[in-house]
Design a protein around this ligand. Structure first.
Ligand code: HEM
Length: 155
């Protein structure tokens, strides 16, 4: 289970479904780290870039779930930025995704299907992880796979 959770977190870091949040704004001018943010100016959060910041993540382009296993308890990873923000696929603060726990559970069920089902690319096509930026991010070339129950259960 810890590794399954680590795979989900790494997927959300490396390929967050939304590259931006909804635009946010401030109700009065504020200064943050010597930047002045004017009242009512639309503010976009670069979610995808946060997850690729080399000052925060070692080899950020690598898909490496192990980076989350070094955290004592994967469950405790601060995905909604209560204490610190290292990535924010669900946003943070008062407009954070209210269903993030449901979404995480859903992702776990989906990825756990690999335990029981074997996935094979159709006609030997390689899996292409190129992204297409729409309202959310989708696969540029949709995944086509044959799925069948595993004959040999995974250890
Ligand atoms: C992997 C799945 C999901 C991701 C990555 C995701 C991500 C997000 C993000 C980034 C926001 C905007 C946060 C902000 O602007 O600060 C958001 C808002 C929201 N999400 Fe999700 N979400 C997911 C699944 C879901 C699901 C399953 C539901 C409901 C069943 C849901 C319901 C909502 C709602 C209602 C809001 C608006 C909250 C508000 O404006 O106060 N999301 N989500």
């Amino acid at each position: 289970m810890p590794y399954l959770k680590a795979v989900i977190l790494e997927g959300l870091r490396r390929h967050p479904p939304g590259h931006f949040l909804q635009p946010h704004t401030v109700t009065k001018e504020v200064e943050l780290n010597s930047y002045v943010i004017p009242k009512d100016a639309p503010i976009d959060f670069m979610v995808a870039d946060m997850g690729l910041d080399p000052q925060v993540w070692e080899n950020p382009l690598d898909f490496n779930p192990d980076r989350f296993l070094s955290i004592d308890d994967t469950k405790a990873f601060d995905i909604i930025g209560n204490k610190e923000i290292k990535m924010m696929p669900f946003g943070a603060g008062r407009r954070v995704c209210p269903c993030y726990l449901l979404a995480l559970l859903h992702l776990e069920y989906f990825v756990a299907m690999f335990w029981h089902f074997e996935w094979k690319p159709v006609d030997g096509n390689n899996v292409d992880l190129s992204e297409k930026l729409k309202f959310i991010v989708t696969m540029k070339n949709p995944l086509c796979a044959h799925i069948r129950p595993r004959e040999n259960k995974l250890e």
